[in-house]
Design a protein around this ligand. Structure first.
Ligand code: SAM
Length: 213
């Protein structure tokens, strides 16, 4: 992700505490109170500019979505989409994936989306990959008993690594598409990166992995 310096991004985020939750730790175990309903919670880690989460929220008003993004300069674009659409079932967090255990109670999340996560190709950076076993341990804790992870990427090596890491950890692969856009899967909502890379002719890989029982 090419980062443009937006010195005003943090101030803009702070001005919209209804959309970008400033104190996610205080919401741990109480997200349903914030949304005002008992609907399932789906989170997207590395939400980027928010195209996927806002389109998904429009299509699925019966789901509460929370997007987590590390960089304020990227998250403001997702915030702009929320301000414009006024979607009641989306919230954003300006936070690091490594802290999800502090934001969500055990079993509070029904689904985790990992869309075009940074592949960190060097072996010495393996621990930063969002499908490294330490992250999977966090996901296992916050997911409901039948919760799952939906992952998409155009990076074959990262995809292969993730399939192995998920399987070795005990997640059960429920679906694998080696060429999503030619697989016949219906209702796919494209992310910003997915649009960019598939337009270049890159193949898109996808899998669904169910939490260990
Ligand atoms: N999901 C978007 C898409 O598919 O268009 C963005 C993909 S971009 C390659 C990866 C995003 O993940 C970036 O916006 C990056 O800032 C964010 N990210 C990377 N590591 C993260 C972490 N540890 N916690 C939260 N966000 C992270």
């Amino acid at each position: 992700m090419r980062l443009r310096n937006k010195p005003w991004a943090k101030d803009k985020i702070a001005a919209y505490p209804h959309y970008v939750i400033p104190d996610p730790e205080a919401r741990r175990g109480r997200w349903r109170e914030l949304f005002g309903n008992e609907r399932p919670i789906h989170i997207e880690i590395g939400t980027g500019k928010g195209k996927f989460i806002t389109e998904m929220a429009k299509l699925h008003p019966d789901i509460n979505f929370i997007g987590i993004e590390l960089y304020p300069s990227v998250l403001v674009s997702a915030l702009d989409k929320l301000i414009e659409s006024e979607l009641p079932n989306v919230r954003l967090l300006n936070a690091n994936a490594k802290d999800v255990g502090a934001f969500f109670a055990d079993g509070e999340v029904s689904r985790i989306y990992l869309n075009f996560s940074d592949p960190w190709p060097k072996k010495r950076h393996e621990k930063r990959r969002l499908t490294y076993r330490d992250f999977l341990a966090l996901y296992e804790r916050i997911l409901t008993e039948d919760g799952d992870i939906h992952l998409k990427t155009d990076n074959q090596s990262f995809f292969e690594y993730s399939l192995v890491s998920l399987s070795q950890y005990g997640f059960v692969l429920a679906a694998v598409q080696l060429d999503l856009h030619r697989s016949g899967v219906e209702g796919n909502v494209m992310t910003e990166y997915e649009e960019k890379f598939s337009a270049k002719g890159n193949r898109i890989y996808r899998c669904e992995a169910v939490r260990p029982r």
